[in-house]
Design a protein around this ligand. Sequence first.
Ligand code: CA
Length: 642
Amino acid sequence: MSARYLFGLFPFLFLFLAKSASAASHQPNFVLIFIDDMGYGDIGPYGSKLNRTPHLDRMAEEGMLLTSFYAAPVCSASRAQVMTGSYAPRVSVPGVFFPAGPKGLNPKENTVAELLKEAGYATMCVGKWHLGDQPEFLPTNHGFDHYYGIPYSNDMNRRSLKDGRNVCPLLRDDKVEELLDGEGQTRVTEQYTKEAVKFIKAKRDKPFFLYFAHTAVHVPIFPGKRFQGKSKNGRYGDWIEEIDWSVGELMKALKASGADEDTLVVFTSDNGPWASKGSDGGVATPLRGSKGGTLEGGVREPTIARWPGKIAKGSRCDAVAGNIDFLPTFVSLAGGKVSAEPKIDGRDISGLLLGWTTKSPHEAWFYYKGTQLKAVRQGPWKLALSPQSLGMGIKERPQDLLGKEVRLYNLDEEIGEVTNVAAENPEVVGRLQALAETMRADIGDGKTGPGVRPAGQVDNPVMLYPAEERRRGKNVKKAQAGKPVDWDLLKVGDVIAPASAPRISGQAFSIRCTVSSATPDGVLLAHGGSAVGYAIYLKDGELVFAVRSGTSAVHRARAKVRLNREMQIQADLSKKGTLMISTSHAGEGEMINGVKLINRHPQEDFCVGHDNKNPVDPEAPRARWKGVIQDLKVTVGNAAKK
Ligand SMILES: [Ca+2]
């Protein structure tokens, strides 16, 4: 039987097979371009007349516009949705992560990258990650073969202890490759694009998944040199136009590598524009609201999908979908299956993309802000459940958004969410309220529901590079980096920022002080935390000098004390690695040999009479010490004893 005869006889059978099993027989590539803080009205296909976006215009002409495509209101939450296919509060990522925070996306979650990797894909993450910066949480531990990017927002820079510059780290996989100041940030879009192009063009015998999350266009705005001053819309427009250039480069690379027709490319943003930043923020026109809020402008994203020969040219999809759908959609197109447990919220929208249906697979869309369920949408109807805001940083509080009563909008008739039609549509209100109740019983609303899974957590988070602590308690001495501490004035309760604390890194050092203690327990002084640092504390009437030199081992030298008597204390870590502590009334205490010098500057505060963060020694008492400390001084280097 000839092939021609087969085709002639069973065209419908082949069509059917192609439709249901195409993915299994041929796995497409996926490129997900994820912009930061770009508004609904910031690109040509969505009506921008200010920003020139020829490559995106062309992508839309060759693909599909998704006009009701939703994200979460802020960065980390939105990225958690992309990675897990779940509403952000379900995976306990309600807000935003900060550098060296203890939390991140739980390594136990099945990310879209992990599932695609299991299905045989090469995976790479380029750009902003923002799901935790500790090794456990980085892309390389979440299913990506490789990572290249700034792991959080570009305004989360810290002052480097090395050279005093305000910098963000640029990581390759899990290692810092470069510390980027403002000048460095003007290079990121181009550098990211080069990496992405390299990944697309790499010779390989398997399909690929590229998750390209731009640092742009989050404030501070840093367009590349070639784009500065070129747009009609200030530096914000310059950066949008650089993103558009980047999209063009990716398209070129796909064509050059012959992968164009095998690749689904999706372009979208993580949340609405940061409108309170004025001309440095984008616009959500014609939507109301902005980043940080659950009005449409905060969460409805300009989204384009392109897949030559698969997605109809110049098509448009108005059905409700969102970034929780990437995971099940990509996995389905890759021929895989998402297991029923753990539960996800996303749905396979390949039917919408490929034009088999115009109906949303979602019964409703749920608008979470943090852990609060603020609104629910079904079809054209959106029910606001509690007061809403115009967005992050906007002081104006319009009366119509503040009512405790629910408010119903028909988004088909009025996309700008102004006219409350709840009174005229009680049955719609009732239906949407019932849907909200169902979700409250699952993920919760304010309180955590039974369907919530925990975030990942580590005990001892550290900065990716030596940097000055940004948060300061009210007692913190705001001395310049390197400015010496005024030891004569130090008293119990004082805190010295790490930049001003003694530079004991790689050095022998001595501590002396005179104390009288009212309690048998408490920390006399502590500098550093769980990775590196030192502390002197009293416990059960014994004096302990504890040092941690970069490993989990804590070295302790002990000395006897008599309480309620003034005593001088001398503690030393010598160049030869001897740790010792002695007191004026009990003489020399223990000597511990073989202790390494502390190899880097502790990044936590120098605290007197307490330890305000991760303890140097987990065995140290946590309660604040009651006593008096005088003549405290830390001497470093040659001046230190021995
Ligand atoms: Ca964002």
